[in-house]
Design a protein around this ligand. Sequence first.
Ligand code: DC
Length: 216
Amino acid sequence: MSKVVAIDGPAGAGKSTVAKLLAARCGFTYVNTGSLYRAIAWAAAKSGVDVKELKEEFLSALDLDYVDGVLLVNGVDPGSELRTVSCAAGASFVATLPFVRKFLLPVQRNAAEKGWIVMEGRDIGSVIFPDAAYKFFVTASVEERARRRMAQNVNESLSFEEIKAAIAARDHQDSHRAEAPLCQAADAVLVDTSALSIEQVVEQLHDYIVQNPREC
Ligand code: DC
């Protein structure tokens, strides 16, 4: 059993905030795996390579490593540059490439070598750490996720219905790709956050961990 709290779920369900707070509360290291896919898209853009033309050889010159939970790309922290819309779009594309997922598998597994981690993604409990000590599938209704996104005010020009449609489309793409699709692992605990505050979700996950000690 790996010293891993796996948190999977669709975009906009509050995974990142919950995973970060849970890690701080438990004294574990927080690891965001979406950043890895974003880092590949970022490195490609920096090298003038179109992600649609990305070849496996490009990855052999790429060193991705987590140092204290911070992702370094060839020794550099790309910081907020990973959060841009173009990086997200590139990440979504590279995440469909089997050679990319194969390349990122050991990077993610190595992150658990130094002690307990809370790792957040789409396929952590199903593919990366099928033996994770704890697995949670954190989700929320499409309506609630669209409401939260509206409240963040990041898509001012889009209507509620447009945001909802975009979320539903991304859910469909993430759940239907051939390679490691978004899915709830059979042994993951389902947490529907639709009617819960962030604090309530963190409390629920923390309580579960405390009440279900694991031998690792
Ligand atoms: O969580 P995020 O938005 O930073 O993820 C960026 C992209 O990477 C997203 O399109 C889904 C993909 N991803 C993935 O396929 N598997 C993961 N474990 C994490 C992210």
